[in-house]
Design a protein around this ligand. Structure first.
Ligand code: HEM
Length: 151
């Protein structure tokens, strides 16, 4: 196992775990355990951001987009290119919305120790959008990896 594969496998495992960890943090809201909800959401977000940065650096060092999966016989096909593009677009969109959810909620919480009025609903919508996006990112990442490394 080389460094590149370890980084890809690590990020894949983290991507698959992320939506479940986030859902667990959401389940704590019913018990009014806001403190743990916030702690888990923040740590998960920053862990994933660091993971993506490490993966991105590895992609750049290895020669740019597509270079880590270039050994597979599928990588040149139109299907694989469409799959990789769909994965990247979904993942980027998810991380942008996730970042907005974290920063806006954190700001409101630090100032008011609550999520006031309409922002409470916005927070819920951003939150569930992010979790669906995290499932999408994980599933498409898994399919990309299966085609690139296991078929
Ligand atoms: C610093 C960041 C965060 C803070 C301060 C925060 C805070 C809160 C608070 C106080 C609530 C309960 C009150 C309310 O609904 O108005 C809540 C609910 C919720 N949070 Fe967060 N949260 C944060 C991050 C996140 C993230 C990143 C997600 C999803 C990825 C998320 C998903 C949710 C969801 C879905 C609910 C509603 C649960 C339900 O009632 O169905 N939160 N959050």
């Amino acid at each position: 196992m080389n460094t590149t594969f370890v980084i890809i496998l690590g990020m894949l495992i983290l991507s698959i775990l992320a939506p479940f960890i986030s859902l667990y943090a959401v389940s704590l809201i019913k018990q009014q355990d806001y403190k743990t909800h916030i702690k888990i959401q923040k740590r998960l977000f920053w862990t994933c951001v660091v993971g993506v940065l490490i993966l991105e650096i590895q992609i750049r060092v290895s020669g740019g987009s597509g270079s880590l999966v270039s050994n597979s016989e599928y990588t040149g096909t139109a299907f694989f290119k469409a799959l990789l593009t769909a994965h990247i677009i979904g993942a980027v969109l998810t991380y942008i919305v996730w970042g907005i959810a974290i920063f806006k909620s954190n700001k409101s919480w630090n100032k008011l120790k609550t999520l006031p009025g309409s922002f409470s609903l916005t927070h819920k919508r951003l939150g569930y959008f992010t979790i669906i996006g995290l499932f999408y990112t994980a599933i498409t990442a898994l399919i990309v990896c299966i085609f690139a490394f296991f078929l």
